[in-house]
Design a binder for this molecule. Sequence first.
Ligand code: GAR
Length: 202
Amino acid sequence: MNIAVLASGNGTNFETIAKAIKKGYIKANLKVLITDREDAFVRVRARRFKIKEIFINPKNFKTRLDFDNQIIKILKNEKVDLVILAGYMRILTANFVKTFKNKILNIHPALLPAFKGVDAIKRAYNYGCKITGVTIHFVDEKIDHGPIIFQEAIKIKDTDTLEKLEERIHDLEHKLYPKAIKLFVEKRLKIKNRWVYIKNKN
Ligand code: GAR
């Protein structure tokens, strides 16, 4: 199975996934990293792992559709079967989602449907939530909305600073994302309406 990662930032999730593949925990090929940010640190991480990385400048495209079509072209060229969003800070067009229907995963640093969108950790913290967490889900046409694969909660302690909470969220992300990807690669995820069922290993 061929995998592509789309990311815009630091890339700790990307690196965790790259390691899990290298170790053979996830049996797939990480074909390409695509980013929309020239200065994204994730690009450095990809080069360290000798994974092809492509920066696509959104400014070179008139519309979001044109931009996404360029990405689709690359993904098709690379024969990608699974698209992983790992801190990709753009909304996919409906056309993109349709092209890779039920083949796009996203990670979100909150318990959806709470705190959709950007800065979710900070917003949950500032809201005074006692619990937040991580969600991994399939991507559909709506933002941070598709069927949920994994969701795990984290208690926010009185002693937590935002930085501490961010660290705990990221640790949890790095634990959960490889597991979810492994299940997808092993074709063990079955979607029925909004429910995702995990099939036992044969
Ligand atoms: C992660 O916390 C991920 O959940 C979040 O961006 C961060 C990327 O970190 N994604 C979103 O907020 C998407 N709405 P990373 O670049 O170190 O993997």
